[in-house]
Design a protein around this ligand. Structure first.
Ligand SMILES: Cc1cc2nc3c(=O)[nH]c(=O)nc-3n(C[C@H](O)[C@H](O)[C@H](O)COP(=O)(O)O)c2cc1C
Length: 204
């Protein structure tokens, strides 16, 4: 029995292309892996803040100083979120493109969980991600199309996929697959999206 963490990145519910693709993936995944556990994390529901107690807790930990109860409680909330990543054998993330990058709530989640001893360690040899047993699929949705032919080359305009690839590498995920749906503002071929996502679920 494996655990799959699904991070839902869009607030647009039934209008969202990334959620539609993720649901198609999950339907096919569940059919192929009926005993696996799927943990859905909706980042538009309550996420903690990286407030002063959380920061004090982080730096107390780095300095080896005992935390106050309030600091420990703030740290425990971050650890509980990070635990959902550490417990996952597989990670599915749906990522809308917002202003050529990722939605602020997804960045909030990343800033909440990406701390030493939560998702990585570091020592004189450098950074070591802790999610070395997980694999990931990231589904990207973009309103318009990119590439040389559109006058919007990816290396200039895409701060979405390179950032997610970088973050997953940082936290140690060795195997990352991607599905990219472009031009969602103009053409919605939901059948094609469903088929592509369902195909990715086979063997994931
Ligand atoms: C705040 C906001 C910013 C957006 N910025 C971009 C953008 O920079 N580039 C782009 O191609 N589409 C942009 N879009 C369009 C979304 O990427 C598109 O609607 C996509 O389908 C969103 O994913 P979702 O359908 O899963 O919500 C933006 C949409 C919103 C709401």
């Amino acid at each position: 029995m494996a655990r799959l963490l699904y991070v839902e990145g869009s607030p647009r519910k039934s209008r969202s292309v990334s959620i539609f693709a993720a649901q198609a993936f999950l339907d096919a995944y569940r059919a192929a892996n009926p005993s696996d556990v799927i943990d859905r994390l909706d980042i538009w529901e309550d996420l903690p803040q990286l407030d002063q107690n959380a920061f004090e807790a982080k730096y107390a930990g780095l300095a080896g100083v005992e935390r106050t109860p309030a600091q420990q409680a703030a740290w425990d909330r971050l650890d509980q979120l990070a635990q959902r990543f550490r417990a996952a054998d597989k990670i599915l993330i749906g990522v809308p493109m917002w202003n050529f990058a990722i939605p602020y709530r997804l960045k909030q989640l990343i800033d909440l969980v990406s701390h030493k001893d939560l998702l990585f360690t570091f020592d004189e040899r450098g950074l070591n991600g802790l999610l070395t047993n997980a694999k990931a699929l990231v589904i990207y949705a973009r309103g318009i199309g990119y590439g040389e032919d559109t006058g919007m080359p990816l290396e200039v305009w895409d701060q979405q996929k390179p950032y997610m690839d970088l973050w997953l590498r940082f936290v140690g995920v060795p195997n990352v697959q991607s599905m990219i749906v472009e031009k969602t503002l103009f053409e919605e071929d939901r059948d094609a999206v469903r088929q592509q996502a369902a195909a990715l679920a086979q063997g994931f």
